[in-house]
Design a protein. Structure first.
Ligand SMILES: [Zn+2]
Length: 128
């Protein structure tokens, strides 16, 4: 994958003009941006970003699960269904179109995010 490829988050921009800056250390200013950049991170195998942006209460510091999921999965599309913003807590409902071992494993999830000291973190999600 090249940095000139389209960003996996479906923004229509090149990766280098989109989620790369977040993977390089920029802080996402809301949960929606964080959600999109995390999807891209799975697709681009930026494991450290996944771990870093997961809330410590649910963070699995072992990369193995993230790696395994990412390795067998083809990330085809991201569609945002709903974004509920808040001061300290926010929700993003999305559809991830993915193939797992070549089979359609697309799912819709409502993810929960918390803000701590002006940084958003993914906490957990409910599969819809
Ligand atoms: Zn992007």
């Amino acid at each position: 994958m090249s940095i000139n490829d389209k960003c996996p988050c479906n923004s229509g921009l090149k990766y280098k003009k989109c989620c790369k800056s977040y993977h390089d250390g920029r802080v996402a200013k809301n949960a929606l941006i964080l959600m999109c950049s995390r999807y891209s991170a799975y697709a681009r195998k930026e494991y450290k970003y996944i771990i870093k942006t997961t809330h410590e209460s649910t963070r699995d510091s072992d990369f193995q699960n993230v790696k395994e999921f990412s390795k067998q999965t083809t990330f085809q599309n991201l569609e945002i269904i709903e974004f509920i913003d808040g001061e300290k807590e926010a929700y993003v409902t999305f559809k991830a179109s993915i193939l797992s071992d070549g089979k359609d494993s697309s799912f819709i999830e409502k993810s929960r995010f918390l803000n701590e000291k002006n940084i958003w973190y993914y906490v957990d999600g409910d599969i819809q």
